[in-house]
Design a protein around this ligand. Structure first.
Ligand SMILES: NC(=O)c1ccc[n+]([C@@H]2O[C@H](COP(=O)([O-])OP(=O)(O)OC[C@H]3O[C@@H](n4cnc5c(N)ncnc54)[C@H](OP(=O)(O)O)[C@@H]3O)[C@@H](O)[C@H]2O)c1
Length: 117
């Protein structure tokens, strides 16, 4: 089973992710780049600089190391290639924690708890 939800460093869905792990459900991220709104974050830029990667790649690598399937969207070929190029480096535990620290339970999409279905 897969649960596809909004997931990015400003919305790290800790309780939901723990629930999914306990129940054999794979978490999958939509809007993993917060629809572009995280790409100018200073903390992510600093981590990206250390790894010689882009901020998008840092976020997508954070997803993978959190065992979250991720589906970024881009209309540009060079960014689609960039977004797939995240398997040749590893974030440290400290960097993972720093990125987790960005969580503000902030959504760019609709909240399923308050949605007019
Ligand atoms: N948003 C929703 O409500 C929703 C719901 C369910 C599923 N999904 C699916 O989730 C996927 C992604 O979600 P999303 O489109 O909402 O947001 P997203 O993937 O978080 O962000 C997409 C935005 O980031 C830009 N971008 C992508 N890669 C980049 C890079 N390497 N560097 C700089 N900018 C980059 C894209 O611009 P360019 O195109 O100009 O590169 C686009 O503006 C889509 O496939 C969508 O179908 C979305």
């Amino acid at each position: 089973m897969i649960n596809q939800v909004e997931y990015h460093p400003r919305l790290s869905q800790n309780d939901l992710h723990e629930f999914c792990k306990r129940n054999g459900i794979q978490l999958e991220a939509w809007s993993p780049l917060m629809q572009g709104q995280l790409l100018d974050n200073d903390i992510l830029h600093e981590i990206a600089r250390k790894h010689n990667k882009s901020v998008a790649q840092i976020i997508l690598r954070w997803d993978l190391q959190n065992e979250v399937v991720t589906i970024p969207k881009s209309t540009k070929e060079h960014r689609i290639i960039e977004n797939a190029n995240v398997f040749d480096f590893e974030l440290t535990n400290e960097e993972m924690d720093v990125i987790h620290g960005l969580n503000q339970n902030l959504r760019v999409g609709p909240d399923p708890d308050n949605f007019d279905f």
